[in-house]
Design a protein around this ligand. Structure first.
Ligand code: BES
Ligand code: ZN
Length: 879
């Protein structure tokens, strides 16, 4: 793999293929141990293709059994077969039909790309380059074709046969076999192809579209799990209705099916009319899933459904444009969740994710623009930058253009590009054309890597009644991009007066201000607001209006003021975080906070937690201190995770010493014996209760530990049980080990709950953690090939357990690199993803930095890595 295939793909080399595959007919015969795929491809040279131009089809691990053109078998000299390609040396000059037959081994396909078998079910995953593992093809997103597939299998093994589009025929064959023929009338790239064969249960429902068409909805799953699919079905129907309401988008087939499978490399996949899901994003029940799991199911169901318009009907010209479908669709699913639930709470959660995942990526060796210019392995570019920063870019467009202007652009996008494979430029152009604006500088967001840092300072002149705001921006160099241009930064703002109410001004000069948006598009700007009666406190980046790092000179007093008075809930949350963050970063660097500081913070937390009108879910987020990763990220260099953990723990203890009674009363008043429902009100109440519990468990000693143990035992749902267990493990209470053992035996039969147990084992900030994980992995019954199990244990450890991952004896780093070396031989994508957790290794203090580097270099010495893992490793060490 490595060496022979280390070429880099460049965006600038994009060219349409000389041939187009218009039509695909697959005949797939499925048997245990082998599947045979016959493909009839109708191929035509594109205009201008010179006669004699070879046709090069992609292939990966295929065994060619026969090959013919227009019914005539090809001579050995007429084609060339390599492990990655099938070349027809001199194809016909007019439309022709290429017929191939290949043999596959789904059972041994541990990479889970192409056709594989999960728990007995045959299923496929083709994005981005998996279709070439099913048949020889132009496996690139700009080849749109009509697909028809005939599948046959033994009826007893696979009573259910599904593929994209509509079922057009089915029936029995000899020897207990049966068949089904599915046809998808919409042209699509091969990455959206899917088929499933297996013995599955299902639930069914229907949706009537705005124009009155009835769509049959189905969710397929392991027998016995049907009841756990109800929430997914409900989420699907709400998603379909929302896309009609909010974007005027109707579904376009008579059938929409979802299949839940247990072995899946990602969360879910938007195959046309046949979404395939990781079962952890379908199955939920009050006993086995948390509120967070319910939110996740709702969100991912929506995301994959929304791809039908943003991704499927309008797809990507090439994989450099991945952000075109993913960033936009994440924006759409974020908006859906905001409309269905609490907008501020959703925004705060999304910003936390951005800061804990995307900012570290953007500030480290794996930094890349949302639209990269080159790649070695496209699978490594399904990143938080493409997804979450991509969504932020769309959000900024909506902020700058306003809701109506944004919608006009989207309408034009759907109108102009429906049925096409297109680009980021085309996407930006529709907003320019629909609104008469120039977005050329704005477009830099797609091209430039790194998180801009915006510095803010201000002053007030009482004599002249003017308020001056100085803003400047800088973006640090990233790999391959030493020089950065100023970005277009929309800053949603308000001026808050001394009594907490909004302050007006009569005029502003020195920069671009559009209503409540300052548009910073130069390296720096000094805005002068006149007619300002008193010194205002500025509330900037309301709703986190741009994905930047904010360097503010605001005083602690001003921040506490905003925490209480900002009309923007995000601003209130941010202000409180800023206060605790500054204290934590200083303390982690050896500068302990002063008593007045912790007093003020504790008062603000108590006041927020007991506030009469704020919503519970918001309070929960507001009182929760920044996590270790966020603190490390803010500290940026010389990171010592032990010092950060110590600072955070002692802050919790000191807050409980001051605000303990408020937190206890919150804990008492948020108890609720109503039957579980995943409603915003109930889940908000649970999150506030459990946020208070997390404080009390650490801060109240034995009494706190008992509270958690009691909640664990008496819990009526997984949200409360898991929260109590997590808090016990985090504080490692005297009961923690016993409760963990109980949890393990209580849910032995449910793999998704087993994952929660694995995550908790991985999360303990305890010296025994690694030994315990080694023992779990060494158990012969551990499912060594299931991505969910592996990620629950090892990814969550490396990503979340900062102190044990970065242990001072290097064991954490070595545990992870040796895991990567092992898993890489079976599933390179899981290995590569785990390896990305080293991306911040240079920000550790010198001793840990040396240890991390040594572990990575050792891994490199093995020399056996997949292209996926080698690419990540190489960039991680080089950056
Ligand atoms: N198209 C992706 C699935 C995918 C991911 C294919 C990586 C190939 C490589 C799908 O739409 C997706 O983005 N899924 C996310 C979840 C989503 C809610 C962000 C996932 O699988 O994590
Ligand atoms: Zn997606």
């Amino acid at each position: 793999m490595r060496g022979e295939d280390e070429h880099t793909i460049f965006l600038k080399d994009y060219a349409p293929s000389p041939y187009k595959i218009e039509n695909v007919e697959l005949d797939v015969r499925i048997d245990p141990g082998a599947a045979r795929v016959r493909a009839l491809l109708t191929i035509v040279p594109r205009d201008g293709t010179p006669p004699g131009t070879p046709l090069v089809l992609d292939g990966d691990g295929l065994a060619l059994r026969s090959i013919a053109i227009d019914g005539l078998p090809l001579a050995l000299t007429a084609y060339d077969e390599t492990p990655s390609a099938l070349t027809i040396i001199e194809p016909p000059v007019k439309r022709f039909v290429l017929e191939t037959e290949v043999q596959l081994e789904p059972e041994t396909n541990t990479r889970l790309m192409g056709l594989y078998r999960s728990n007995g079910t045959w299923c496929t995953q083709c994005e981005p380059e998996g279709f070439r593992r099913i048949t020889y093809f132009l496996d690139r997103p700009d080849n749109l074709a009509i697909f028809k597939v005939r599948m046959s299998a033994e009826k007893a093994l696979a009573p259910v046969l599904l593929a994209n589009g509509n079922l057009v025929d089915s029936g029995d064959e000899a020897n207990g076999r049966h068949f089904a023929v599915w046809e998808d009338p919409h042209p699509k790239p091969a990455y959206l192809f899917a088929m499933v064969a297996g013995d599955l249960g299902s639930i069914h429902d229907s949706f009537v579209t705005a124009s009155g068409r009835t769509v049959a909805l189905g969710i397929y799953c392991t027998h016995g799990k049907e009841a756990q699919c109800a929430w997914a079905m409900d989420s699907l129907k709400r998603s379909m209705a929302w896309d009609e309401r909010r974007f005027g988008r109707e579904y376009d087939l008579d059938v929409f099916n979802i299949v839940a499978v247990s072995d899946f490399n990602f969360g879910a996949m938007e195959n046309k009319g046949l979404n395939i899901f990781n079962d952890k994003l379908v199955f939920v029940s009050p006993e086995a899933a948390t509120d967070t799991d319910y939110d996740g199911v709702e969100r991912v169901i929506a995301h994959e459904y929304f791809h039908n318009w943003t991704g499927n009907r309008i797809t990507c010209r090439d994989w450099f444009q991945l952000c075109l479908k993913e960033g936009l669709t994440v924006y759409r699913d974020q908006e859906f969740s905001s409309d269905e639930r609490s907008r501020p709470v959703k925004r705060i959660s999304d910003v936390r994710l951005l800061r804990t995942a995307q900012f570290p990526e953007d500030g480290g060796p794996l930094a890349h623009p949302p639209r990269p210019s080159h790649y070695k392995e496209i699978n490594n570019f399904y990143t938080t930058t493409v997804y979450e920063k991509g969504a932020e870019i769309v959000r900024m467009l909506a902020t700058l253009l306003g809701e109506a202007g944004f919608r006009k652009g989207m309408d034009l996008y759907f109108e102009r590009h429906d049925g096409e494979a297109t680009t980021i430029e085309a996407f930006l152009k529709v907003f320019e054309d629909a609104n008469g604006v120039d977005l050329s500088q704005f477009g830099q967001w797609y091209l430039q890597a790194g998180t801009p840092e915006v510095s803010i300072s201000d002053s007030y002149d009482p004599a002249r009644q003017t308020y001056t705001l100085t803003l400047s921006q800088v973006t640090q160099p990233t790999p391959g991009q030493p020089d950065k241009l100023p970005m277009v930064v929309p800053i949603k703002f308000g001026l808050v007066g001394p009594n907490g109410s909004p302050m007006s001004y009569s005029a502003v000069s020195g920069g671009r201000v559009d209503g409540d948006i300052i548009v910073l598009d130069t390296a720096s700007a000094t805005l002068e607001f006149s007619g300002v009666a008193n010194r205002p406190v500025p509330s900037l980046f309301r709703g986190f209006s741009a994905p930047v790092k904010i360097r503010s000179t605001a005083t602690e007093a001003d921040q506490l003021f905003l925490a209480r008075h900002d009309e923007d809930p995000f601003g209130r949350w941010q202000a409180l975080q800023d206060v605790s963050m500054a204290m934590l970063v200083a303390a982690a660097g050896g500068q302990k906070w002063r008593d007045e500081q912790i007093d003020g913070l504790s008062r603000a937390i108590a006041e927020t937690a007991t506030h009469p009108t704020l919503e519970d879910a918001f309070k929960a987020l507001a009182i929760t201190l920044p996590g270790l990763t966020e603190i490390a990220q803010t500290k940026a260099s010389n990171v010592d995770p032990d010092a950060i953990l110590t600072a955070r723990n002692s802050m919790i203890e000191e807050i409980v010493a001051r605000a303990g009674s408020a937190l206890e009363s919150v804990y008492a008043t948020t108890q609720n014996s109503a039957a579980y429902a995943p409603t915003p009100a109930q889940s908000g109440q649970r999150s506030l209760k459990n946020a208070a519990l997390a404080y009390l468990v650490r801060g109240l000693g034995k009494r706190g530990a008992d509270l958690a143990a009691n909640q664990y035992r008496q819990a009526q749902n997984m949200t409360d049980r898991f929260a109590a267990l997590s808090a016990s493990v985090a504080a490692w209470t005297p009961q923690a080990a016993g409760l963990l053992g109980d949890f393990r035996t209580m849910y032995t039969a449910d793999p998704l709950v087993f994952d929660k147990w694995l995550m908790l084992n991985a999360a303990a900030a305890q010296d025994e953690t690694i030994d315990r994980m080694r023992a779990i992995l060494a158990d012969p019954d551990f499912p060594r090939n299931n991505p969910n199990r592996l990620r629950a244990l090892v990814f969550s450890f490396a990503n979340g357990n900062l102190t044990q991952f970065a242990r001072l004896d290097g064991e954490g780093f070595r545990f992870v690199t040796s895991f990567v070396a092992d898993v890489d031989t079976r599933n390179p994508q899981v290995a590569a993803r785990v390896l990305t957790t080293f991306r911040s290794w240079r920000s550790y203090e010198p001793q840990r930095r040396t240890l991390a580097e040594a572990a990575l270099r050792d891994l490199q010495q093995t020399g056996q890595l997949s292209r996926n893992a080698a690419d990540i490793l190489e960039r991680t060490l080089a950056g």
